[in-house]
Design a protein around this ligand. Structure first.
Ligand code: 5GP
Length: 189
């Protein structure tokens, strides 16, 4: 594999899409367009934001092995990564960016252990965790419960072992730079 497979995940509203769009402006990067069965939002363009497909078509692409990974996300809708553009762009030496959730990340890591997976955190959630941990007023169990309730998804991401890095998105440009540094290290390795 000549290129670098880069997975970006994070809770909604954390700025993932903006980060991915900025990364994709690089000539050496390719942003994967996922397929989904969910309804297209008004501001979305088919083929740019997603390939909006029927459940039948999606299930056919699973059966034919055309998905690198897929998951049922919100409301039981399918989301998945078409495999062909990913492989072609990796062969061309590109940084191939996948903006996908945790289940999909686990599948990709199984298939491509050398993929780099980054979980983006919002400063507010991080602040909240830091505050809770720093307060030292809770016993470990109560603290764990608070953290899990406050941010179950983040805990799951941490416990899944799928992610190589957790980055707090204080500033989009800084986060993008940090990601590029991580990718460059990977390319050197
Ligand atoms: P939204 O419906 O808001 O566009 O996306 C919902 C969630 O689906 C996000 O967490 C996003 O990361 C995830 N997602 C988007 N595309 C894919 C995909 O191809 N595979 C997987 N596993 N998750 C995806």
């Amino acid at each position: 594999m000549a290129g670098v497979l880069l997975i970006i995940s994070g809770p909604s509203g954390v700025g993932k899409s903006t980060i991915c769009r900025k990364l994709a402006e690089r000539p050496d990067a390719f942003l994967s367009v996922s397929a989904t069965t969910r309804k297209r939002r008004e501001n979305e363009v088919d083929g740019r934001d997603y390939y909006f497909v029927t459940t039948e078509a999606f299930e056919r692409s699973i059966a034919e092995g055309r998905c690198l990974e897929y998951a049922k996300v919100y409301g039981g809708q399918y989301y998945g990564t078409p495999i062909e553009p990913v492989l072609n762009n990796l062969e061309a030496g590109k940084i191939v960016i996948l903006e996908i959730e945790i289940e999909g990340t686990l599948q990709v890591k199984k298939r491509f252990p050398q993929a780099v997976a980054i979980y983006i955190l919002a400063p507010t959630a991080a602040d909240q965790q830091r505050r809770l941990v720093g307060r030292r007023s809770e016993d470990p169990e109560a603290l764990a419960e608070r953290l899990s309730k406050a941010d179950g998804e983040i805990r799951y991401a941490q416990e899944s072992g799928a992610y190589d890095y957790f980055l707090v998105n204080h500033d989009v440009d800084e986060t993008v730079e940090a990601i590029i540094r991580i990718v460059k290290e990977k390319q050197k390795a």
